[in-house]
Design a protein around this ligand. Structure first.
Ligand SMILES: O=C(O)CCC(=O)C(=O)O
Ligand SMILES: [Fe+2]
Length: 311
């Protein structure tokens, strides 16, 4: 039987192949927990991300989520000039989705994660208004796995895709070098449950305590990202970001990615509940009744190795 998967992962062009991370880059990512890519998106694609996001903010949608998940980030104009976060844009907006699901991006992620398949886990459209003192613009130190305890994979990763040159003055994403290799202090799952609700000074202290526990220095690396390039980070790499003092909005998508092996797992928290993710009220079930994190409706495949050989 011939399998044609060209609609999912068409072959890369020779020019695209040249943009993949080298073996040294993959080793760098494994050691440092982050990687700044080559130019993966053309200027035209990035400009279309700006235009499409403006249409999104003006209310354009191709479809809507069938139900509202409990912890959905969903800025609406009545919230005003705070930092905007909107989840599931890959589901709700086809023009954004088409660009974000670029196979080359999936191929880069597959190399870094040493995976055969990469699926979208989440996409969050982000807008930091150009207001230097806006408190909501500050992203406290965290790592993404804290939010993904119901995911079985330890190899998930995030592609941070700005829609312009993005430097320190814009409050670019900043990595804590090598922190994905730290062991966490204790098994305090209040982090998993309440991470987003903690205040900033608590998180700064938590970062310092975790570093000390690992005998590590905190080395903060602001990612200076040229237009069309992408910053990748491992799901256990601490990161955050500061004020936007540039006078221009900082626009980006944070594209959270899962390797093919990821699936829902039962992860009991100390308060007796199970760790959950917004997908759990949206996606279809697997044969054994778990939320299916491979549901193509919400978690589309963007890269599958071997597709060029016919599946
Ligand atoms: O917006 C930022 O600076 C950080 C985004 C983030 O936390 C992520 O991409 O995982
Ligand atoms: Fe994050």
């Amino acid at each position: 039987m011939t399998t044609t998967t060209t609609d999912i992962t068409p072959a890369l062009t020779a020019e695209e192949e040249a943009l993949l991370p080298s073996d040294d880059d993959v080793a760098f990512y494994a050691e440092h927990g982050w990687y700044l890519s080559k130019k993966l998106f053309t200027d035209a694609e990035v400009d279309e991300l700006v235009a499409a996001s403006d249409r999104y903010y003006a209310g354009e949608r191709d479809r809507r989520l069938p139900v509202r998940p409990p912890k959905l980030a969903y800025w609406e104009p009545d919230r005003g000039d705070v930092q905007r976060h909107n989840d599931y844009v890959h589901h709700e907006h086809d023009a954004l989705s088409r660009i974000l699901r670029k196979p080359l991006l999936g191929a880069v992620a597959a190399r870094l994660a040493r995976a055969d398949e990469i699926r979208v886990f989440q996409s969050t459209l982000i807008y930091k208004p150009p207001i230097s003192g806006e408190p909501s613009n500050i992203v406290p130190w965290h790592f993404d796995k804290h939010y993904w305890a119901s995911s079985s994979s330890e190899n998930m990763l995030t592609a941070f895709i700005p829609f312009h040159d993005c430097g320190e003055e814009m409050g670019t994403i900043t990595m804590v070098d090598g922190s994905h290799r730290w062991r966490e202090i204790g098994a305090d799952d209040t982090v998993v449950r309440h991470f987003a609700d903690r205040d900033r000074s608590q998180l700064e202290v938590m970062l310092a305590e975790n570093a000390a526990h690992n005998g590590a220095e905190i080395r903060k690396i602001p990612m200076v990202i040229p237009k069309g390039h992408v910053s990748f980070h491992h799901c256990r790499t601490y990161h955050g970001s500061g004020a936007n003092v540039s006078g221009r909005p900082r626009r980006a998508v944070s594209l959270h990615l899962q390797d093919g092996d990821n699936g829902w797992r039962e992860y009991p928290l100390s308060d007796g509940t199970l760790a959950a993710y917004n997908h759990d009220v949206l996606v279809r079930r697997t044969a054994d009744g778990r939320p299916d994190y491979a549901d193509p409706e919400f978690c589309p495949v963007i890269w599958r190795a071997g597709a060029r050989q016919g599946g």
